[in-house]
Design a protein around this ligand. Structure first.
Ligand code: NAD
Length: 261
């Protein structure tokens, strides 16, 4: 256990469960001060109590809906005031809604885009303003998905949103590279989290999912947090505009392994 994030201030959106919760633990264990976001403060309190305390300062709960402009602006203000700064923004909050595409409602489509795309833009805007106003370097990491690349039938909004994330990251990276503000994404494959309860909790579906992954198993939250930590650290200091796929080989056209001729 290193303390490579000692004195680093990190905001993680969507940290009440799943990958965001694991990332908060991961960064706190390595010495960071973390601001954990979710829609409801009550849901974040158990995590706050579990987090190892930083040597300096404290962790924060910054509750708010990341798809709502006023909430994002308030969350960012509370974070910046509470921390007196910000080093890394991790846009992790995300959601999906299943539906055959011919039946998709505008309400559902917009709801997914609001969190997965608009939320990322609003959070990034607030952090970029702070870093530019204070002439400071910065680092944004967005949680994308293999569905940035692989189509996801029955999840049109999700596919569209993660495709958009890829270009948001590339565009912001180019726009802010000269200011030493890096912008990257991690793209998880199938990870064991509550978003995947439908197959994680059903042994047959779990097997079926594991079988089509080249490494023959789903990923653990830790494996995504490790990639986020790499992108948040100085070890990735020359990397910007990239999406790091963390997917056990899922994006490698697995069928070609057996049907190569
Ligand atoms: P999850 O459902 O367990 O967690 C999502 C988190 O986001 C929750 O804490 C939820 O409360 C929060 N959230 C949702 N809407 C929000 C909003 N409007 N404002 C604030 N917080 C909100 O899912 P997860 O698997 O941990 O997913 C985290 C991210 O990883 C998502 O962006 C998801 O698309 C991405 N991802 C997950 C997988 C996977 O297999 N689990 C694969 C690829 C990408």
């Amino acid at each position: 256990n290193t303390q490579r994030f000692a004195n680093r201030k990190i905001l993680i959106t969507g940290a009440s469960q799943g990958i965001g919760e694991d990332a908060a633990m991961h960064f706190a264990r390595e010495g960071a001060q973390v601001a954990i976001n979710g829609r409801k403060a009550e849901k974040l309190r158990p995590l706050l109590e579990k987090l190892p305390q930083p040597a300096q300062g404290k962790h924060l709960i910054v509750a708010g809906d990341m798809s709502v402009e006023e909430d994002v602006d308030r969350v960012m203000k509370e974070t910046l005031e509470g921390f007196q700064g910000l080093d890394v923004l991790i846009c992790n909050a995300g959601m999906q809604i299943e539906c055959p595409s011919e039946d998709i409602t505008l309400k559902d489509f917009n709801a997914v885009m609001a969190v997965n795309v608009t939320g990322v833009v609003l959070c990034a805007r607030a952090a970029l303003r702070y870093w530019r106003d204070n002439d400071q370097p910065g680092n944004i990491i967005v949680n994308s998905s293999v569905h940035q690349q692989i189509p996801k039938p029955h999840y049109l909004g999700y596919s569209a949103s993660k495709g958009a994330v890829g270009n948001i990251v590339r565009t912001l990276a180019l726009e802010y590279a000269r200011y030493n503000i890096r912008v990257n994404a991690v793209a998880p494959g199938a990870i064991v989290t509550p978003i995947n309860d439908s197959w994680v909790k059903d042994p047959e579906k779990y097997e079926a999912t594991a079988k089509h992954i080249p490494m023959k198993r789903p990923g653990e939250c830790r494996e995504i947090s490790d990639a986020m930590a790499f992108l948040a650290s100085g070890e990735s200091s020359y990397i910007t505009g990239q999406t790091l796929f963390v997917d056990g080989g899922l994006t490698l056209y697995a069928d070609f392994e057996e049907n190569w001729s």
